[in-house]
Write a protein that binds this ligand. Structure first.
Ligand code: ADP
Length: 225
């Protein structure tokens, strides 16, 4: 058995809302292996985003431990977390989060710029990933000139730019029609199979969860299935 990419033990997160405590996550045990495609489902308010943010190093646990790629996130410095997010993770969002004034290839190149890659090299890398995702002919277009499905593919290309081990996706098909959503899911599935990526995807939609190898269900801050 290969070593876990994500491992959580007794993972909890509490938020203070005035005088009341909100227990967003209460003792989550979780192991995800490299190369797995896992769907995270559960009703609104069950803690899905909190778990995704903990794994993304954007929020710290209030109890328990979360280790990703050998790094215990709750004990890491802010600098380590910045480096972790840059080198290990790719993020895909429901609303694409592309920069409207930048061309497709420039959007893909943003994380490469943040990593200090020279311009010629990052343009070449961005064009190569866009080509791999079937978007070579859209590289010079701005987001407003692209369809929703194309915008999400550009966003996936951006998430892949730094060759992450782990892709975190929050309702990535939530703004797409069902046909385009199915195309995006097929693309993500192919990336997991062919590139050895690990994918953790939050969704409300059982049809979307059906693309995953495994589904984790959260309820009231705990894993129930
Ligand atoms: P989901 O993504 O499943 O809808 P969340 O993780 O967003 O669930 O929320 C779980 C619970 O934690 C909810 O009750 C929510 O109101 C609360 N919560 C989440 N983030 C915060 C925050 N920053 N401050 C206060 N409460 C929060």
């Amino acid at each position: 058995m290969s070593e876990a990419l994500i491992h959580a033990e007794g993972l909890a997160r509490r938020y203070q809302m005035g005088k009341t405590d909100v227990h967003a996550l209460r003792g989550v045990e979780l192991t995800i292996l490299p190369g797995e495609f896992v769907a995270l489902v559960g009703p609104s308010g069950s803690g899905k985003s909190t778990l995704l943010h903990l794994i993304g190093g954007l929020v710290r646990p209030t109890a328990g431990r979360i280790t990703v790629n050998g790094l215990e996130l709750g004990r890491s410095s802010d600098r380590q977390l910045v480096r972790y997010r840059r080198d290990t993770l790719g993020f895909v969002f429901q609303n694409f989060n592309l920069l409207p004034i930048k061309r497709a290839w420039e959007n893909v190149a943003v994380p490469l710029m943040l990593a200090g890659m020279p311009l010629a090299e990052r343009k070449a890398r961005a064009l190569s990933i866009l080509g791999q995702l079937g978007l070579a002919h859209r590289a010079e277009h701005r987001p407003s000139e692209l369809s929703g499905g194309e915008q999400q593919r550009v966003a996936i290309a951006r998430a892949l730019a730094n060759r992450p081990r782990l892709l975190l996706a929050d309702e990535p098909t939530g703004n797409l029609d069902s046909h385009t959503g199915a195309e995006i899911m097929a693309l993500l599935q192919k990336l997991v199979r062919e590139e050895g990526l690990t994918l953790l995807l939050v969704t409300h939609d059982p049809g979307i969860a059906g693309y995953a190898d495994r589904t984790i269900t959260l309820r009231d801050g705990m894993i129930v299935a």
